[in-house]
Design a protein around this ligand. Structure first.
Ligand code: HEM
Length: 413
């Protein structure tokens, strides 16, 4: 059984030391406390799962619910009252509602539909790279990694270009909420603004439909078994939010790790076909989603000998599962030629019915971003390798990403 001495606090997982190397802490927890009680500020009823087998099972365990409305008591104990105006979507629901909401959006994200977007993504990548300054320090996150997925998802949804930076700014406020009153107020304000924005945009598209996903969803909504207005607004928000931050942080992590592992980068450059496997390995090694979204126990459940009582919240540490030596040989090594690291070996895109809907799009964007970046700037390097990376510090780590990525882009090899 796990002892309370092994409990980690939410705050501990946000310290700069932890952010710098969460993998060392997770390695300890996998052995000493694989299902570890956590102490968030509002109580002690959250459990952190760190082993691969437990994580994979928990991600598809029907006793661990994703129904936000069912979890509201537990949720309020931890976060206090918060708005759920944008949460009425597939990520916060169980079957059969989840099945219905996911089915309505699914057809836009099949590998075939995503492949059809490739020329447009290629064009965006090239035009962003055209605008990057060379031979001087340049932060690749705001200059390339963020604009790429935000442009792609806004185009797909039908969000006008002039609103992209507002979307990015409001999403950042929603994601970086803390436990303090001020942070909570800022989050609620941003959620309210996003709700108002999408309500208005949906109204405009109802009057004048475009050739975009939001207009297609409105057409379904206006049929009988379509989305309710609240589901429509929340789904638009989910796609916009999940569709850019995760991909932007993955591109940043991937570039940082490839530049820090020259032999791995050389292997990918010498064999461009390897980029697909490389992206899977980079998702495994240091993917951008550190923890899955909360689940809550609808009955007592047991994992690795630890009882998770009914009503408790559960966090699944994907980053830890992906470094579990019981599953992966030499888990702490980045190896783009790792045998058998197929798309479904790592848990970087989740597992089970909530498996990432946007995975084909995220893969395509990241593969193209890396290929074109390293083709165009063979002499690219970290601006100050000795400085070490600066990781994001966010409460309740869900994202694993860099706060900045200063590089020098050099077109000469
Ligand atoms: C590198 C980029 C990405 C990563 C690492 C990632 C990761 C994940 C993970 C781990 C989950 C499961 C969460 C859980 O079970 O708690 C998830 C779900 C989801 N992702 Fe992604 N994601 C990425 C990009 C995208 C993109 C580009 C989109 C949309 C365009 C997207 C849309 C979604 C949606 C809608 C869900 C909820 C699916 C459901 O509840 O059935 N994601 N993602």
């Amino acid at each position: 059984m796990t002892t309370t001495q092994e409990a980690v606090t939410a705050a501990e997982r946000c310290t700069p030391e932890f952010r710098r190397d969460p993998h060392a802490v997770y390695a300890h927890l996998r052995t000493a406390a694989p299902v570890c009680p956590m102490r968030p500020p509002h109580g002690n009823d959250t459990y952190l799962i760190t082993r691969y087998d437990d994580a994979r099972a928990a991600l598809s365990d029907p006793r661990l619910s994703k129904d936000m409305y069912g979890a509201m008591d537990a949720y309020r104990r931890i976060f206090g009252d918060s708005s759920v105006a944008l949460d009425d979507n597939m990520l916060n629901s169980d079957a059969p509602k989840h099945t219905r909401l996911r089915r309505l959006v699914n057809s836009a994200f099949t590998p075939r539909r995503v492949e059809a977007l490739r020329p447009r993504v290629e064009e965006i990548v090239q035009s962003l790279l055209d605008a990057c300054p060379t031979r001087e320090p340049f932060d690749l996150l705001p200059g390339f990694a963020f604009p790429l997925p935000i442009i792609v998802i806004c185009d797909l949804l039908g969000v006008p270009p002039e609103d992209r930076s507002r979307m990015q700014h409001l999403s950042t406020t929603v994601a970086q909420t803390g436990f303090g009153e001020e942070a909570k107020r800022a989050q609620q304000q941003a959620e309210g603004d996003l709700h108002a924005y999408f309500t208005e945009l949906i109204g405009a598209k109802r009057d004048q439909p475009g050739d975009d996903l939001l207009s297609a969803l409105i057409a379904v909504r206006d049929n009988d078994d379509g989305l309710t207005e609240s589901e429509l607004v929340s789904t638009a928000f989910l796609l916009m939010f999940a569709g850019h931050k995760t991909t932007a942080y993955l591109i940043g992590n991937a570039v940082h790790h490839l530049l820090s592992h020259p032999a791995q980068l050389r292997a990918v450059r010498e064999n461009p076909e390897l980029v697909r496997a490389a992206v899977e390995e980079l998702v495994r090694y240091d993917g951008s989603v550190e923890s899955a979204t909360f689940r809550y126990a609808t009955e007592d459940v047991e994992y690795s000998g630890t009882l998770i009582p009914k009503g408790a919240l559960v966090q699944i540490a994907i980053s830890s599962a992906n470094r579990d030596p019981q599953k992966f040989d030499r888990p702490d090594e980045l190896d783009v030629m790792r045998p058998g690291n197929a798309q479904d070996a790592h848990l970087g895109f989740g597992h089970g019915s909530h498996y990432c809907l946007g995975a084909p799009l995220a893969r395509m964007e990241t593969q193209l971003a890396l290929t074109r970046l390293f083709d165009r700037f063979p002499g690219m390097a970290l601006a100050d390798p000795a400085a070490g990376p600066r990781w994001l510090e966010v409460p309740f780590p869900a994202f694993r990403g860099l706060a900045e990525l200063p590089v020098v882009l050099d077109p000469a090899g």
